[in-house]
Ligand binder design. Structure first.
Ligand code: IPE
Ligand code: IPE
Ligand code: MG
Length: 233
């Protein structure tokens, strides 16, 4: 199978999945968090090097206080349960998003996960938490403008140089973007980074996105002809 280095997933459909079972939306988020572990392990075994998961968007603050509160507590449950195993497997946890705007306890748990796994060289498991791509690009533009004003940068910036201002500066471009639960939109995710990604939309809700479905997505990816604007000889 053709190698796929960077997979990004919009983990959607937790709420609808729970509702269909007569459960509260939070039960869907808990099942979704457990599935992060399952899919991270499967992705690693399938040769993925970077897995970037959309956990909470800058728009998700619009939800009820109860739901947002639960989503802010989930990282603590999640890393208490799985961090040891992730370390054992060599996973490196990295967070993208504005951590400063998160409740202090949530930000601390995320920072600790990053620090504890900083020397690992296996799968880079990247969690997008309070992440929005337009905001990321705006912050990058402001940081660059500041550097120019302070004489630390000149106007000869190219695309590669601009990428150094993005939250994803340590990752390669996205090869494959998957969105679960049937919606076909990007919802402010990695707009710059998916410029030439392959896109796949699957009907399964995130809690029912199994390693078999991931494998099916990677197989589909391996049949895609990525031309990057060129012409195949
Ligand atoms: C994805 O599932 C998780 C988050 C956005 C936090 P949703 O909560 O969006 O579930 P649906 O789309 O309402 O079913
Ligand atoms: C995108 O899902 C955000 C995450 C998966 C974290 P949403 O459920 O928030 O997106 P919309 O509202 O359907 O576009
Ligand atoms: Mg949704």
């Amino acid at each position: 199978m053709k190698e796929c280095s960077h997979v990004a997933i919009i983990m959607d459909g937790n709420g609808r999945w729970a509702k269909a079972q007569g459960k509260p939306r939070t039960a869907g988020h808990l099942a979704g968090a457990d599935n992060v572990r399952t899919i991270a392990i499967a992705a690693n075994e399938l040769g993925v090097k970077y897995l970037t998961l959309y956990a909470f968007s800058t728009e998700n603050w619009k939800r009820s206080q109860e739901e947002v509160g639960y989503l802010m507590k989930l990282p603590k449950f999640f890393f208490e349960k799985y961090m040891k195993e992730f370390i054992g497997r060599g996973f490196r946890i990295r967070i993208i998003g504005e951590m400063d705007a998160l409740p202090e306890g949530t930000a601390q748990v995320l920072r600790e996960a990053e620090e504890e796994s900083a020397s690992n060289t296996g799968l880079s498991l990247n969690i997008a938490m309070n992440y929005g791509s337009q905001r990321e690009i705006l912050l990058a533009a402001k940081a660059y403008a500041r550097d120019v004003a302070e004489g630390k940068a000149d106007l000869n910036l190219d695309e590669t140089g601009f990428e150094q201002y993005l939250m994803t500066k340590d990752f390669p471009p996205v090869d494959l973007l998957i969105r679960t639960s049937g919606e076909q939109r990007i919802s402010n995710y990695l707009l710059w980074q998916i410029a030439y990604a392959e896109l796949e939309f699957v009907d399964e809700a995130w809690p029912e996105f199994t390693p078999e479905v991931l494998k099916r997505c990677l197989e589909e990816y391996s049949h895609r002809d990525r031309r990057f604007g060129g012409v195949k000889q």
